[in-house]
Design a protein. Structure first.
Length: 314
């Protein structure tokens, strides 16, 4: 079970659900699992493996089955279903719950909701929404930008030039997601989504100038609410004593929330155009995902040259 939760009232508002009957604790009910169920088997009496923490959705199939039951059987079915104290029962396609359902809902103090959407669409949309709302998360100091469709998380010590590089990328037509603080959510086993805290969203701080509103200065096309994190860029001061990767053969990764994200280290010093380097890094990372690695191709070419001339590998 996830350690995060989302309020039932927020889900109701998000999906424009109509409240037919609200439980006494409606504003306090928390959804803690991302799965959503259609309780066909439980309504027939099979409650083995029933998960009471899930939202339950009734569509045409379930409702047609309910209509075949006698009033006594319907009352008994709803009585047992609501005895598990489910978060809410949602009727899709504008289906009317019926008096038997409302009577048992009031008895067990369970919320009844309705909506106009098709059942399959509602279930899939709820799962997608809850998967994002309940995803494991963390915060990191850094700047998140989208360059050529690749999400780059710029990390490094304060004052290294992350925000200045982001500003130059904005001038080149790329987009800012977050500056200074990045909220990271794990939405799948191999996927991380980053966004900005709402309080500082669309703002960026440039030392010597101050805080600017990116949307108003560069236009709405320069911002985005969230993006996948495809590459972590560690920006470090240039050092003649430190050896940096010259070929790019060694794959580096950073583990965040159990997901390994490709990572590179870029040394900076006066005169280096960090924005251009980041653009190249984004395009190179995309090429690698598509199966092409220039460093490997170059090394194989050098090895073939020495094989032909010296019989030795580079």
């Amino acid at each position: 079970m996830n350690s995060y939760s989302v309020q039932l009232s927020k889900v109701t508002q998000e999906f424009n659900l109509t409240v037919i009957h609200a439980s006494s604790d409606f504003d306090k009910v928390q959804i803690m699992v991302e799965e959503v169920s259609r309780p066909g088997l439980p309504m027939s009496g099979f409650f083995d493996h029933f998960e009471p923490l899930r939202l339950q959705v009734i569509g045409n199939v379930e409702y047609d089955y309910i209509c075949t039951l006698s009033q006594e059987r319907r009352l008994s079915m709803y009585d047992k279903l609501f005895s598990y104290k489910i978060p809410a029962l949602i009727f899709a396609r504008n289906i009317e719950p019926g008096e038997d359902c409302l009577a048992m809902a009031k008895k067990h103090d369970v919320t009844i909701l309705t909506c106009v959407e098709a059942t399959t669409y509602l279930v899939s949309s709820l799962i997608t929404y809850l998967k994002n709302a309940l995803a494991p998360r963390m915060s990191r100091h850094g700047v998140l930008v989208e360059v050529y469709g690749e999400g780059l998380l710029l990390m490094g010590e304060s004052g290294i030039g992350k925000s200045e590089a982001a500003a130059e990328l904005l001038k080149r037509g790329h987009r800012l997601i977050a500056d200074d603080a990045v909220e990271i959510r794990k939405v799948a086993d191999s996927s991380l989504i980053g966004r900005s805290p709402e309080l500082i969203r669309n703002y960026i701080e440039i030392r010597g100038i101050g805080v600017i509103n990116v949307a108003k200065l560069f236009g709405m096309a320069a911002i985005k609410d969230e993006t996948a994190i495809n590459l972590v860029v560690n920006i470090v001061p240039w050092s003649n004593e430190q050896v940096f990767d010259r070929l790019g053969l060694e794959d580096q990764y950073m583990d965040m929330l159990g997901v390994k994200i490709p990572a590179i280290t870029i040394p900076v010093k006066p005169g280096r155009n960090l924005a251009i380097i980041l653009e190249i890094a984004a395009m190179n990372n995309r090429q690698k995902k598509m199966g092409y690695n220039a460093a490997v191709e170059f090394t194989e070419q050098i090895n073939r040259h020495f094989d032909e001339h010296n019989g030795q590998h580079f």
